[in-house]
Each structure stands twice: as structure tokens, then as C-alpha cells.
Design a binder for this molecule. Structure first.
Ligand code: FAS
Ligand code: PHB
Length: 393
């Protein structure tokens, strides 16, 4: 027996993309249902992004999700790029008039869930075998199984917010999809530790031994990453080995003064650049990691998902409220224009700061020359700062 429901917008995926889109649509009186594969606990156990662009902060404020962000978020006016003997400060505030906010994606997601609960939105966890049908009809249908019961939702539009491994992107026929990919031959081993941050601002370190990043979540919670071969497993890395390698790659003064401690989370994330075009197929719209993946070097992943939501939420509200199709017809091209610029910046930061195993000595010189140019050119620093704080929507 199939149970059937109806809604205006069905959202597949209860990560930051799906939750933020649903919250903004609900605030404008548009009805949504969210289908999420995992439990809420599992979604909230993921440690991911840490830096919010100013546009993301504005969107979360518009969604009414700002109390904790404003209280606990740490404004940052700059960051450092270093190699063995050079430490270049990129002063966002001076170069762009903007800043970024350090506030973990996990906290953003938790606050979005709380806001959606207050809204009374139906969020169905533990869904399996999701199938998206009738995308070319006036109303589409999503079939799924939850608690061993096959269920279907009839809707006007579908938002595919189900991440890189979701079902939405592959619902668009392979003959229609154009995919672009660069898989990097290394990953990031990330550690969360209840220790004071090594520096008051982020340090992106390019060293002859490989990349490292010193970040944070608050004044007693630090987030660090080191570049590791893709063949490494978390079990290969004791805390002692991690701290030793991290210190080897950070500036000497930072390494000597930093406080280490036990890891409370340790994971390896692969690095890839990926984009799939178009973002729309009939009534289906792809959002966030369902459509694109960027290496975390530019702190763009979560922020790019938010700019997709910015473009799509207003387009869907227009389509539902005024039957105007201009926004939804223009969504894919409009979102892709910003996606590709962030894709470029993330790729540039990754190639500029990571050591590639098969590289020749020329590549190492190019990385050092890039850093030296940043040290001596305000124009170069401004270009990096404009991208880091977030390009206009
Ligand atoms: P998400 O992947 O977050 O959410 C998709 C949701 O859809 C998930 O909850 C999933 O369970 C659900 N889903 C999947 N298939 C489904 C199906 N068939 N049916 C129903 N639900 C389904 N970005 C940064 O800016 N900085 C970082 O440091 C950073 N680190 C990262 C580390 C890792 C390991 C990963 C994977 C990503 C990282 N990112 C980082 C990028 C990350 O923050 C994403 O950009 C962000 O989570 C995008 O949000 P969503 O588009 O909502 O996708
Ligand atoms: C993080 O704090 O997790 C973080 C910050 C900046 C990045 C990537 C990750 O570029």
C-alpha cells in the first residue's frame, strides 16, 4: 500500500542546502517537505566547514538563524599564507572592507534544524530508495521507502540538495549532463582538539613537506589539517604523529608556541574539483554539493551551496506565488556563473599551496614565486581577498 502526500516543493537532502532553502521558502509561505537519508544525529555528527562568507552570514540572518552565530561566531579580518620563511598577511578588511565569520557548519546545521522544527516543517529521516519521477509534467512525484513503507510525494518542484553521493544529479540523463572533474592525488587529514588555536587568524601553510592549515572553532577548540597521500587511513595517524607533522609545516614560531592535546575528531577528506551542468532538468533543480564539489582550500564548499540557495529560493517563490518562470528558467546559468569563479579560486589556492608528488622543481619555484608576489603586491592580495570573503551574488 503506497501512502501519498502532497507539497509544493519537495527537498531531497537535510544538509545545510536543503535546510536553508526550506527555511527561506517556508518564511515566504511556500510549503516544503524534506527527505533525509540519515538520522539527524548522523547529519549533526559531521565536522565540515568552518568559515562563513559575509554573504552566507546575511542569508542566515534573512532565514532568522543568527542568534548563536552572532554570539559565538568569531569575525576574522584576515588570514596568513606561509612557506618556510615567508608569512604573508591578507588583510580582508583593509583590501575589501569585508570580513568572514568563523562558525562551524555543524552549528549552522543544528540551528537550521531548530528553526525548521519551530516552523513545523515535515523532515523525514531514514528515507531509502528515493526515485524522482514525472519531472516533465506539471506535478512531479518522488517515491521513497521509510520504515519499510513505500511512500510517494506529489509536488510542483524538486530541489536536489542531496550532496555528491545523492540521487538527484544522476536523475538528469547522462546524455544531457556535462561533467567536469579534477581529482587531486592527496587528501586532508583533519583533527579537532580542545586546545587554544595556534594563531588568532587562519594559517594556510605551504611547506616543502606538504600543506597544513591551522583553523579553529572557538577560543578553546582548534581545527587543524595536514595534506596526506590518498592511500593513508585515519588509523595510520596517531595524535603524536599528527602534531609532529603539523609543526614541521607551520611557521617555526607558531609551531614552538602552539598547545597540542588529544584529538576529539580525526578524519580524512578526499579533494576534488567537480561540477555538473545543467543544474535544472524539468521540475528538478540541483543545489550545493549535489551539483559541485570544491577542494576545501578556498573555504568555498558550504558558501557556494548558500549562493545556490540565494538564486533558487527567490526563483521558486516567484514561480509558486506569481507563476513567473523567469527565475527558474535562469537559475542554472545564474548559479553556474558564480560556481565557476569559486571553482577557479579553490583550484588556484589548492595548486598554489599543495606539493604534488610527481611535480618537478619548477613547480615548487612557481609556488614560492606566487607567495612572494602576494607579499609584494597589494593588487595580488586584493584579488585573493575578494575571492576569499566571497564574490557578489
Ligand atoms: P551535504 O552533503 O552536506 O548534505 C546532503 C544531505 O543529503 C546529507 O545529509 C545526506 O545524508 C543526504 N542525502 C544523500 N543522499 C540522499 C538520498 N538519496 N536521499 C535523501 N537524502 C540524501 N566546505 C568548506 O567550506 N570547508 C571545509 O573545510 C569543508 N570540509 C569538508 C569535509 C568533508 C569530509 C566533506 C564531505 C565536505 C566538506 N566541505 C567543506 C564541503 C561541505 O561543507 C559541503 O559544501 C556542504 O556540506 C554542502 O552542503 P549540502 O549541499 O547540503 O550537501
Ligand atoms: C575549517 O576550519 O574547517 C576550515 C577553514 C578554512 C578552510 C577549510 C576548512 O579553507
Amino acid at each position: 500500500m503506497i501512502i501519498s502526500k502532497k507539497t509544493q516543493i519537495a527537498i531531497i537532502g537535510g544538509g545545510p542546502s536543503g535546510l536553508l532553502l526550506s527555511q527561506l521558502l517556508n518564511l515566504s509561505g511556500v510549503d516544503t517537505v524534506i527527505l533525509e537519508r540519515s538520522s539527524r544525529e548522523h547529519v549533526l555528527s559531521r565536522i565540515r566547514a568552518g568559515v562563513l562568507e559575509s554573504g552566507t552570514v546575511d542569508m542566515l540572518r534573512q532565514a532568522g538563524v543568527f542568534e548563536r552565530m552572532e554570539k559565538q561566531g568569531i569575525p576574522h579580518n584576515g588570514c596568513y599564507l606561509t612557506d618556510s620563511d615567508l608569512m604573508v598577511h591578507i588583510n580582508f578588511r583593509e583590501l575589501t572592507g569585508k570580513q568572514v565569520l568563523v562558525f562551524g557548519q555543524t552549528e549552522v546545521t543544528a540551528d537550521l534544524y531548530a528553526a525548521q522544527d519551530r516552523m513545523g516543517t515535515e523532515i523525514i529521516h531514514g528515507v531509502e530508495d528515493v526515485k524522482i519521477n514525472d519531472l516533465g509534467q506539471t506535478r512531479s512525484k518522488i517515491d521513497y521507502t521509510v520504515n519499510a513503507t513505500r511512500t510517494s510525494i506529489e509536488c510542483m518542484y524538486v530541489a536536489g540538495c542531496d550532496g555528491f553521493h545523492g540521487v538527484s544529479r544522476n536523475t538528469i540523463p547522462a546524455t544531457v549532463r556535462q561533467e567536469y572533474e579534477r581529482v587531486y592525488p592527496f587528501g586532508w587529514l583533519g583533527v579537532l582538539s580542545q586546545t587554544p588555536p595556534a594563531n588568532h587568524e587562519l594559517i594556510y601553510a605551504n611547506s616543502p613537506h606538504g600543506f597544513a592549515l591551522a583553523s579553529m572553532r572557538n577560543e578553546n577548540l582548534s581545527r587543524y589539517y595536514v595534506q596526506v597521500p590518498m592511500t593513508d587511513k585515519v588509523g595510520d595517524w596517531s595524535d603524536e604523529r599528527f602534531w609532529e607533522v603539523l609543526k614541521q609545516r607551520l611557521p617555526t614560531e607558531t609551531a614552538q608556541s602552539m598547545i597540542t592535546g588529544s584529538s576529539i575528531e580525526k578524519s580524512i577528506a578526499p579533494l576534488r574539483s567537480f561540477a555538473s551542468e545543467p543544474l535544472r532538468w524539468g521540475n528538478l533543480f540541483l543545489v550545493g554539493d549535489a551539483a559541485h564539489i570544491v577542494p576545501p582550500t578556498g573555504a568555498k564548499g558550504l558558501n557556494l551551496a548558500v549562493s545556490d540557495v540565494f538564486y533558487l529560493h527567490s526563483a521558486l517563490i516567484d514561480a509558486i506565488k506569481t507563476q513567473s518562470r523567469t527565475g527558474i528558467d535562469g537559475y542554472s546559468d545564474r548559479a553556474l556563473a558564480r560556481i565557476w569563479k569559486s571553482m577557479r579560486f579553490s583550484w588556484q589556492m589548492t595548486t598554489m599551496l599543495h606539493r604534488f608528488d610527481d611535480e618537478d622543481n619548477f613547480a615548487g619555484q612557481m609556488r614560492r614565486a606566487t607567495l612572494s608576489h602576494l607579499a609584494h603586491s597589494e593588487t595580488a592580495r586584493r584579488e585573493l581577498a575578494e575571492n576569499y570573503v566571497g564574490l557578489p551574488y
